[in-house]
Ligand binder design. Structure first.
Ligand SMILES: Cc1ncc(COP(=O)(O)O)c(C=O)c1O
Length: 391
């Protein structure tokens, strides 16, 4: 039996190779420091786990969920957005509950585009956006995210033809992989562009909670007119260290939300009700865990950047997310540098080209190990004496 053409065309998992290389190095007994992945290292806060345990003990949660999720969760999502961003959300028409943000990101092109339509994607960007492109048989154009533009797309560079063809645009701030954050002005420009050209917008707010130096990342939906053109996708994976639980949601434009809900009516019967009730606790319960978690990432970031500077690596500190986007020294491609670090320093990093053409020249480092390990990793890299000249 052969796979369908569609499945055969799915993008290859670029980072599967990295995982294989790291596993092999570990099997050889090498002391690898893995900075290549994006899995939060801390556990889910205890009060959320407790809410899950209690909910699981209640037989009511063992039944089917309503197709579109529990009212309690949709209301908690609206409460969360009002409290955190002063954004009003109608829990009945403006919320779609997702199996993690990833599900919504992959489903949306299928839900609102037709084969051959064009969407706009950030480059570098989260690789899973391309899965949705293939499954929906759509085309895409990229928007370069460059350091000189603070990793925001420059809409002036989009040709009239591309603007006319584009039906959907993905943004992601705080950004994976660059650590860039969006400004109010940028979102205003986005709404203007979207309205003028009839482009739907999905802003991926997976790292919404993680902003540094006292700057809380803003929500796209705080922008006037944003709800007329788009949605924001949020996840509990990062904010509450719940990556394995698979809880996310899309909120905003009622038509887009309805499209997501409709496709999901045919795929799922929403999430396990006990998980939904634990998500209610996460969104409406004690939020001190979020503050503590962000402080941990910020302290790790500071340690990493200080260590890099000490070895002469000319790096810029990320403003948000839990990634640092570091330039590759002259003479290496991203992939060569990542391979070199694993080989010579037992340090695993993600090669920037895995996130798109404009990721070339960078590597991505996760702030997902303790500070001692981060310091040790940079010390090992420093001993390779590479940073006399960088691109
Ligand atoms: C930019 C971005 N969007 C979405 C996701 C997926 O999040 P979830 O766990 O909710 O599917 C990730 C996870 O790494 C991510 O980096």
């Amino acid at each position: 039996m052969e796979l369908s053409e569609k499945l055969q065309n799915l993008p290859k998992q670029f980072f599967a190779n990295l995982v294989r290389q790291v596993n092999q190095a570990v099997a050889e007994g090498r002391n690898v420091i893995n900075l290549g992945q994006g899995n939060p290292d801390k556990p889910t806060p205890a009060h959320i786990v407790k809410a899950m345990q209690e909910a699981t003990a209640n037989p009511e949660t063992h039944k089917y969920s309503p197709f579109r999720g529990l009212t309690e969760l949709k209301e908690a999502i609206a409460t969360f957005y009002k409290r955190e961003y002063n954004v009003d959300i109608d829990p009945n028409t403006e919320v779609s509950i997702l199996f993690g943000a990833k599900a919504g990101l992959v489903e949306l092109p299928l839900a609102i585009l037709n084969p051959g339509d064009t969407m706009l994607l950030p480059d570098p960007g989260y690789p899973d956006y391309l899965s949705g492109v293939t499954l929906a048989d759509v085309k895409f154009e990229t928007m370069p995210l460059l350091a000189e533009n603070d990793f925001l797309p420059d809409y002036q560079q989009l040709s009239e033809d591309v603007k006319k063809r584009a039906k959907l645009m993905y943004l992601n701030y705080p950004n994976n992989p660059t650590g860039g954050i969006a400004t109010k002005e940028f979102y205003e420009e986005t709404v203007k562009l979207a309205k003028e050209n009839n482009i739907a917008v999905l802003q991926d707010f997976a790292y919404g909670a993680i902003g540094f130096d006292g700057n809380k990342p803003i929500s796209f939906l705080q922008t006037e007119g944003a709800k007329e053109v788009g949605i924001e996708v949020y996840t509990l994976s990062k904010t509450f260290n719940m990556a394995g639980w698979r809880v996310g949601f899309a909120i905003g434009n009622a038509q887009i939300v309805e499209a997501l809900n409709l496709i999901q009516d045919h795929l799922f019967v929403s999430l396990f009700p006990a998980i939904q009730l634990a998500a209610v606790e996460a969104l409406t319960g004690d939020q001190s865990c979020v503050k503590e978690q962000v402080a941990i990432y910020e302290s790790r970031r500071n340690t990493l950047i200080k260590a890099c500077k000490e070895v002469g690596w000319p790096v810029t500190a990320p403003k948000g997310s839990f990634f640092a986007w570091l330039p590759v020294p002259k003479g290496f491609t991203s992939q060569q540098f990542a391979d070199f670090l694993l080989e010579k320093a037992d340090v695993a990093v993600a090669a920037g080209n895995g996130f798109g053409k404009h990721g070339e020249g960078y590597i991505r480092v996760g702030l997902l190990v303790d500070e001692q390990k981060l310091t040790e990793a940079i010390k090992r890299i420093g001993q390779l004496n590479l940073f006399k000249e960088t691109v």
